[in-house]
Design a protein around this ligand. Structure first.
Ligand code: GDP
Length: 193
């Protein structure tokens, strides 16, 4: 990925606005604060390409990034906001569901989970939902620099077990601070572009 060729495309509020390109799309999901913007910046090789958009209370949008004409990243707004009204949550659900189930260009979802914590109920729901629709998932466990190396296997085991991860789904510890395992993440994603 050439950092200079990474471009923010659009914050779409409806499918009419989704960009029309021949490229495959990799969607990113996870609860707010999991490290999604930092992940997009890490893969881009840019400091600030990812918009600070997935904040509670803001309009629900799908943010599309052109990753050097190789694929598109689609930032799905963080789930599980306590602050959202019921109406906003419903709107969120409908838009995400429509995107995940109807979008032909979607080839896989990177689900981000904080390596320090057990998957939340929302994490598990999202994973089950993706499996139900047979969407391939790469689980990226963020903030791996925050736990010691010898604790890593146990944390990964808990996440794998709680999600009931399928054999074919990859689980990769990742840190946006030291970019550890960025090559593994790139190689896992390259299978879907
Ligand atoms: P988002 O809400 O999911 O987009 O999360 P952000 O990327 O904005 O990150 C939320 C917070 O976690 C910020 O303070 C980041 O600096 C921090 N953060 C994100 N990724 C990492 C990481 O890999 N390691 C550490 N130590 N902090 C991280």
């Amino acid at each position: 990925i050439n950092p200079n060729k990474v471009e923010f495309m659009i914050s779409a509020v409806s499918d009419a606005q989704y960009p029309d390109t021949p490229l495959k799309e990799i969607a990113l999901s996870g609860r707010s604060n999991v490290g999604k913007s930092s992940f997009i910046n890490s893969v881009s090789g840019r400091k600030n390409i990812a918009r600070i958009s997935s904040k509670p209370g803001k309009t629900v949008t799908l943010n599309f990034y052109n990753m050097d004409e190789k694929f598109l990243f689609v930032d799905v707004p963080g789930y599980g906001y306590a602050k959202q009204s019921k109406k906003e949550r419903e709107k969120w659900g409908k838009m995400i569901e429509a995107y995940l189930t109807d979008r032909k260009e979607l080839s896989c979802v990177v689900q981000l989970i904080d390596i320090r914590h057990k998957p939340s109920e929302d994490d598990i729901l999202m994973y089950d939902y993706l499996k139900h629709f047979e969407i391939p998932v790469i689980v990226v466990c963020t903030k791996s620099d925050k736990i010691s190396k010898n604790k890593m296997p146990q944390h990964l085991k808990v996440i794998r077990e709680d999600l009931e991860l399928e054999e074919t789904d990859q689980l990769i510890p990742f840190s946006s601070v030291d970019k550890k395992n960025l090559p593994q993440v790139m190689s896992a994603m390259s299978e879907f572009i």
